[in-house]
Design a binder for this molecule. Structure first.
Ligand code: FES
Length: 355
């Protein structure tokens, strides 16, 4: 399940001063077929500590190439290494593509409205590249950055727009004041969304909206879209990868699991194991402490790599930036954020998670 496969780096291009596009070739015949908007989880050893990080695919599903975008984040060990030391010919280990940031039925989404902030453009680019292959699709992208130099994939977006002239509209919002038109100056906030929806975008014609960026921005855009009449089930969002902290938080609430822990049983890779989940320990950490091959990447409730279905027992999920309401209703959890709140057995299954 949490199997990693070697990929050879065949090309690296700088897209801004702080971001690279890495082209990868799977080795040993591994099938890395992906759906637009998905991501890859990489692992690498840094000074004896294994780090896992997820980066979104930026290529389109029909492009015949596998590319990820890696933006260097301040203090980010993996992203700094990828931007400064990673070389063509190097091997990266990655899990199969994962993530559900796409609409299942593209025929139902002929009019797309996408919002991206900073490196949140990466999965959005994959979605747009794929969607525009269908000549009936029209799309508008609102892309927010500090200034023109921090715009990731600037040329690629320009190319995509020129290739699909009249069907793809791109609005660059810049917060440094360098845009001449008032409407395109500043950040994506509620007032800006209202202004855009009143003067520029007809929300009634939108069939699906994709949002990727910081949490606050996503919530604001989603609320404003709903306020302007777009149904909630047509709004898809994904927190961007640089929000990953790489560490699990301890539960802030009083967990009522007993001091000596509760019985846990998990299924992963077709095998079922039982062990004790110690108090104040997440389902994922309990699995890892018992040397189970449970999948994970961010350990921060962002990437959904650790998604599983709880089949028995009560758990509390203390953070969720990745699962949709219907998934939670169906019993799915992020095991890195889940703690038992029961003295009864907790049973969960990674094999039912359909990443
Ligand atoms: S490991 Fe990323 S959400 Fe749990």
């Amino acid at each position: 399940m949490a199997q990693f496969h070697p990929l050879t780096v065949t090309d690296i291009q700088k897209t801004t001063r702080d971001a690279v596009v890495v082209t990868l070739r799977p080795e040993n015949g591994a099938d890395f077929t992906f759906t637009q908007g998905q991501y890859l989880t990489f692992k690498r050893d840094f000074g004896g500590e294994e780090l896992r990080r997820s980066y979104s695919v930026c290529s389109g599903a029909n492009d015949g190439t596998l590319q990820v975008g890696v933006k260097r984040v301040s203090g980010g060990v993996f992203s700094t290494w990828a931007n400064t030391e990673l070389d063509v010919g190097d091997t990266l280990d990655a899990m199969m593509p994962m993530g559900g940031f796409f609409a299942a039925d593209t025929a139902q989404t002929p009019n797309i409205l996408a919002f991206a902030a900073g490196s949140g453009i990466t999965p959005i680019l994959s979605i747009l590249r794929t969607a525009m292959d269908d000549p009936t699709v029209r799309a508008t992208l609102i892309y927010s950055n500090r200034n023109p130099n921090t715009v990731m994939f600037r040329e690629e977006l320009e190319d995509l727009k020129n290739q699909h002239m009249g069907r793809l509209n791109i609005v660059h919002l810049l917060s440094d004041g360098s845009q001449e038109i008032d409407l395109f100056r500043g950040r994506i906030d509620a007032a800006k969304c209202d202004a855009l929806f009143e003067n520029w975008i007809d929300i009634k014609s939108v069939t699906t909206s994709y949002i990727c960026g910081p949490e606050q921005m996503m919530q604001t855009v989603a609320q404003t879209l709903e306020g302007h009449g777009l149904p909630k089930d047509r709004i898809r969002f994904e927190l961007f990868a640089s929000a990953q902290m790489g560490r699990a938080k301890l539960p802030a609430i009083d967990m009522s699991a007993p001091e000596d822990g509760v019985e846990g049983q998990l299924t992963v890779g077709g095998e079922t194991w039982s062990f004790v989940i110690p108090q104040n320990t997440s389902l994922l950490d309990a699995a890892l402490e018992n040397n189970m091959d449970a999948p994970y990447a961010c350990k921060a409730g962002v990437c959904s790599t650790c998604k599983a279905k709880v089949l028995e027992g009560d758990v509390e999920m203390i953070a969720n930036h990745a699962l949709e309401d219907y998934e939670v209703d169906a019993g799915y959890v992020l095991t890195c954020q889940c703690f038992p709140v029961t003295s009864q057995r907790v049973v969960w299954d990674y094999d039912q998670s359909e990443h």
